[in-house]
Design a protein around this ligand. Structure first.
Ligand SMILES: Nc1ncnc2c1ncn2[C@@H]1O[C@H](COP(=O)(O)OP(=O)(O)OP(=O)(O)O)[C@@H](O)[C@H]1O
Ligand SMILES: [Mg+2]
Length: 249
């Protein structure tokens, strides 16, 4: 495993460029997320949040730049064991029950059957699906699918979790559940990187945030440094950086 020098960065991205269909999507993205931090990644639709997350996770290949997770820039199997990921559009096996789906995902990790059984029950409860564990995913509602998708992201008790819009499509109780779950992960020292459009959630649960606009990072800071509501700050940054006059941070 190739270790980078930077200490305490759970996720480190340097000068990341990505092209898709011949068009540049990401322009020299730099991000450093400290170990145990909850980081909110913001930006308008189509800004490049999901593309950045996919590049970090090795699901797409960067055209330039370096990425390291937990000090490993090679994304070794050892590191992958410590990562959890909830994609934007979870591909779910509709003819598995919720419980079977969690077991299926858990089998990719080095977890004993007994521990896996315990984790499955714990997770079903955490995501509010304790009474739906034996129901087929084909019969889950949108929000229930979102919940089980979140559940599979933490099946391996990860050190770093990537969540692509975990609150989207959830009712107020579901949103509160996700927030509580992220806060519980934070308390345990888990690093959480999540893409979101819900600015109030970033204000209430994140340590740090960044804003991406048209593939450029236009802001990156600690939540505690905000001297105005994040909504106001966000709109200002997007306006300042629209129409080719990007003031990249
Ligand atoms: N497979 C692809 N091929 C070509 N272009 C793509 C592909 N996937 C994404 N893009 C483009 O890359 C840009 C960034 O998309 P991305 O999905 O990263 O945005 P996002 O910030 O996650 O948006 P949202 O908030 O809507 O989820 C968009 O212009 C999109 O059209
Ligand atoms: Mg997205």
């Amino acid at each position: 495993m190739k270790k980078t020098e930077t200490k305490n960065s759970a996720v480190l991205i340097e000068n990341l460029d990505k092209y898709l269909d011949g068009k540049q999507i990401l322009f020299g993205i730099n991000l450093s997320i400290g170990s145990g931090e909850v980081f909110g990644f913001l930006g308008p639709n189509g800004a490049g949040k999901t593309t950045t997350m996919k590049a970090i996770l090795g699901l797409i290949r960067p055209d330039a730049g370096t990425i390291s997770i937990l000090g490993d820039s090679t994304l070794s199997n050892e590191t992958k064991e410590k990562i959890g990921f909830m994609p934007e559009n979870t591909y779910l096996y509709k003819y598995l029950t919720g419980r079977e789906f969690l077991r299926f995902n858990g089998k990719f990790f080095n977890i004993s059957d007994t521990e896996l059984d315990e984790r499955i029950e714990e997770i079903l409860q955490k995501v509010g699906l304790e009474t739906a564990g034996d129901k087929l995913l084909a019969k889950y509602s949108k929000g229930m699918l979102q919940r089980i998708g979140l559940g599979q992201a933490i099946i391996n008790n990860p050190s770093v979790v990537f969540l692509d819009e975990p609150m989207s499509g959830l009712d107020p109780i579901g949103r509160k559940m996700v927030k509580d779950l992220i806060l519980e992960l934070k308390k345990k020292g888990t690093t959480v990187f999540f893409n979101t459009h819900i600015l109030s959630d970033v204000e209430s649960i994140c340590n740090s945030f960044a804003i991406i606009h048209q593939g450029h990072l236009v802001a990156s800071d600690s939540v505690k440094n905000l001297d105005k509501p994040l909504e106001e700050y966000f709109i200002e940054k997007i306006h300042e950086n629209t129409e080719g006059e990007l003031e990249v941070c």
